[in-house]
Write a protein that binds this ligand. Sequence first.
Ligand SMILES: Cc1cc2nc3c(=O)[nH]c(=O)nc-3n(C[C@H](O)[C@H](O)[C@H](O)COP(=O)(O)OP(=O)(O)OC[C@H]3O[C@@H](n4cnc5c(N)ncnc54)[C@H](O)[C@@H]3O)c2cc1C
Length: 324
Amino acid sequence: MKAHGIVPADGVVLAGSGPLLLLLAWQYLHAGVKMKAILDLTPVRNHLRALPHLPRALLAGHYLMKGMSYMKGLKRSGISTLHNVSELQAKGKNQLESIRFVHQGRQQTIETDLLLVHFGVIPHSHLSRAAGCQQHWDSSQQCWRPQRDDWGQSSIDGILIAGDGAAIGGARTAEHAGRLAALQAVHLLGRMDSRERNRLARNDRKWMRDELHIRPFLEAFYHIPGKLLSVPYDETIVCRCEEVTAGEIRQAVADGHSDSNQVKFLTRCGMGPCQGRQCADAVAHIVAAAGGQSVDQGGQYRGRPPVTPLTLGQLASLVPEETE
Ligand SMILES: Cc1cc2nc3c(=O)[nH]c(=O)nc-3n(C[C@H](O)[C@H](O)[C@H](O)COP(=O)(O)OP(=O)(O)OC[C@H]3O[C@@H](n4cnc5c(N)ncnc54)[C@H](O)[C@@H]3O)c2cc1C
């Protein structure tokens, strides 16, 4: 919608858990899309989980107000919005025909040929992984992300990482992080002493702190239940490119492969055109749960170039750097 101004046909169902579900529903509403239902899979227990973070979140009250106004607008519109939904399944033979889910202890079915799901946002770490930057598991954001210091310095000298490629913090945070990384780059190149760097960084650090007040609340409120991420039904397709199912992944673990990369070699999950961008973290969750270990222990796919799919023509047209 943002990039191409495209909206789905009427009858779409939105499902998942995360702030963008609400935002998208609100935007569709204003674009005149007739949504059939909005299924919120955020568990009620997350309200308690988020409560301790509310005082800090109030410091960024404008975000809370925005969320609440979206909710009010959607409620007023009369679109069927169900909360605390679980066990979501997409059903159909050659294409989606219906979705099944549990709400208030009752199994329900909605007929639709389009389901859009949102289960949080994770950093695009393919570039930093391919470069060999160390990554760590962030249990709060429920994703792998590259290690870096306050200036964005990764584990490899000369590589600084800012924005969504490092951690999810929103558009403004990405801008401040980008400026901090730029200041550090200038400093490392010997063009600015540390005093001047720190002076110029002061405002960005303050604004960034202000922007981040909302994050712990959002991460706790929209914490995806472990079972949903790590124990999908056997027939669920996890790697869409190579059509590898959750059952095949679990079988590989049962056969003694306890590492995401071993499972990748064995099943080809993550080896298709998207190179694991869609399935990497899902596979990490499933491997960890099936092997009775933490996601950290199961490791992450190694990133390989190309970072995005490209044609042979594009490859052939690369001009090699001149060597002396
Ligand atoms: C649907 C949606 C709604 C959002 N709404 C909000 C909101 O309301 N408020 C808010 O604060 N945040 C929002 N966000 C988050 C916000 O968009 C991001 O936090 C922000 O854009 C991050 O900036 P960035 O520069 O790190 O990454 P991006 O803006 O994603 O920029 C990365 C750029 O790198 C390019 N790129 C990627 N790979 C390569 C490559 N291999 N080679 C060359 N170029 C490459 C991409 O094409 C892109 O132009 C939203 C995000 C989404 C997806």
